[in-house]
Design a protein around this ligand. Structure first.
Ligand code: FMN
Ligand code: SF4
Length: 169
């Protein structure tokens, strides 16, 4: 399908997986299954291989790579943290850019702080998935952990609708 879209003029693609109806954790790995983020790298790489070299592929699923305290096993945190892994996948030609989804809710200044060597000041997303609960409840969406507007919105939403029984629409 992406080749067909490319033939019809698409010049860039943003990789994603799963869907909000049935496979949320493939779309966004939560903290218990952070390793699902590796699937995003794999599929972005597949897209890159299938498309023309000049067609841009933006990867996703980088929030669980976090800082040096991520829960990913097998690779040392220094090699798997957001900046190191993001740089590596671009250098290896697996994708052209990395996209920040939940991390840009958690701290929109992440790229600036990384560029200025202020990593210790970054507020990292913890994959609590509460922003998704806001989306499923059709509320304004933002980081429930670090942004008071959305913390309050989340409390109101829970009081009004109760806790979700399952994380899907
Ligand atoms: C609030 C929210 C809404 C999203 N909506 C969509 C969507 O409509 N379609 C889609 O393909 N992915 C959607 N995603 C998934 C992202 O494209 C991305 O794959 C995912 O957030 C993993 O990247 P991250 O770790 O940077 O958050 C959404 C993510 C969030 C947080
Ligand atoms: S609410 Fe904030 S910390 Fe929780 S998953 Fe969303 S962006 Fe990350």
């Amino acid at each position: 399908m992406i080749k067909g879209l490319e033939e019809r003029g698409a010049s860039y693609f943003v990789e994603t997986l799963g869907n909000v109806h049935a496979a949320m954790h493939y779309m966004e790995a939560d903290r218990e299954e952070a390793e699902l983020s590796y699937l995003h790298l794999y599929f972005a790489n597949m897209m890159k291989k299938a498309l023309k070299p000049e067609t841009v592929v933006v990867g996703s699923g980088f929030s669980p790579f976090r800082g040096k305290k991520n829960t990913l096993l097998c690779i040392e945190p220094e090699k798997s943290q957001l900046l190191a892994m993001g740089g590596r996948v671009i250098e290896d030609g697996m994708m052209d850019m990395i996209g920040l989804g939940r991390q840009s809710f958690a701290d929109p200044y992440t790229p600036k702080k990384l560029a200025e060597g202020r990593e210790d000041e970054i507020k990292y997303c913890v994959q609590c998935m509460n922003c998704e609960e806001l989306m499923i409840r059709q509320q304004p969406v933002g980081c429930v952990l670090y942004n008071k507007f959305y913390t309050d919105k989340f409390r109101e939403t829970r009081a009004k609708f109760g806790k979700l029984s399952a994380l899907h629409t």
